[in-house]
Write a new protein. Structure first.
Length: 201
C-alpha cells in the first residue's frame, strides 16, 4: 500500500494547485477584460483594471461577423462527424472482434496503421479528393475530412470495448432468440449490468 502523504507534502500539493488555479483564473480574467474594451483602450492605455467597459465588441461579433452562423456550422459538422464516425466505427469494431472472415486480422492492422499515419501526410491527397468530388468550401466536405481521422481512431478504441464484453453472454442471447443486430445493439446494456454487478460486489 502507498504511504499517506505527510502534512508538509499536503501543503506543497495544495500550494501548487492554488498557483495553477490562479494562473488559469488570471488568463480567463485577462481574456474577459480585453474583450470588454475598445482597441484604443487595449493598446494605448493597457490596464488590468475594469475601466471603460463596453459590449461593442460582442455586438459587432454577433451582428456583422456571422458568429452565430459559424457556431451553427461548427455544431453541424461536429455532430454529423460524431454520429457517422461512431456508427461506422462501432460496426467495424464489432465485426473485427466477433465475426470471422477472410483477412480480418489484416484489416485490423490496416486500421491501426491508418490511425498511426501522420495527418500531415494525408492533406494533399484529401485536398485532391475533395476537389474531384466538388466538395470544396462545403460542410459535407469538412465532415468527410474529419471522418478520415475519427473513424480509424473510433474503430480502434471500440475494438477494446467489445473485447471487454464476454462472448459467452452474446452467444447465450443468440441461443435465446436474439438476432445478430440485437446482440450488437444491446452490448452497452451488458456492460452496464457488469459494471453494476461489480459495484455491488
Amino acid at each position: 500500500m502507498l504511504d499517506k502523504p505527510s502534512l508538509l507534502q499536503k501543503i506543497i500539493y495544495y500550494v501548487q494547485l492554488s498557483l495553477l488555479g490562479l494562473m488559469i483564473l488570471f488568463a480567463i480574467y485577462f481574456m474577459v477584460t480585453v474583450s470588454l474594451k475598445l482597441p484604443r483602450d487595449i493598446y494605448r492605455t493597457p490596464s488590468l483594471l475594469l475601466v471603460n467597459l463596453t459590449l461593442a465588441n460582442y455586438i459587432d461579433l454577433i451582428e456583422t461577423r456571422g458568429f452565430l452562423r459559424n457556431i451553427g456550422s461548427s455544431l453541424i459538422v461536429a455532430g454529423a462527424s460524431t454520429v457517422v464516425s461512431v456508427t461506422f466505427a462501432s460496426m467495424a469494431a464489432y465485426s473485427l472482434i466477433r465475426l470471422k472472415y477472410l483477412y480480418r486480422d489484416w484489416i485490423g492492422r490496416f486500421i491501426l496503421f491508418t490511425y498511426l499515419t501522420p495527418s500531415a501526410l494525408l492533406f494533399i491527397l484529401l485536398s485532391v479528393i475533395i476537389s474531384r468530388l466538388q466538395l470544396g468550401n462545403t460542410l459535407h466536405g469538412l465532415v468527410f475530412v474529419y471522418l478520415t481521422f475519427a473513424a480509424p481512431l473510433g474503430t480502434w478504441l471500440l475494438m477494446g470495448y467489445f473485447w471487454g464484453v464476454p462472448i459467452d453472454l452474446e452467444e447465450q442471447a443468440i441461443v435465446d432468440g436474439a438476432t445478430r443486430w440485437q446482440a450488437f445493439y444491446k452490448q452497452r446494456f451488458v456492460v452496464q449490468g457488469m459494471a453494476a454487478g461489480a459495484v455491488k460486489g
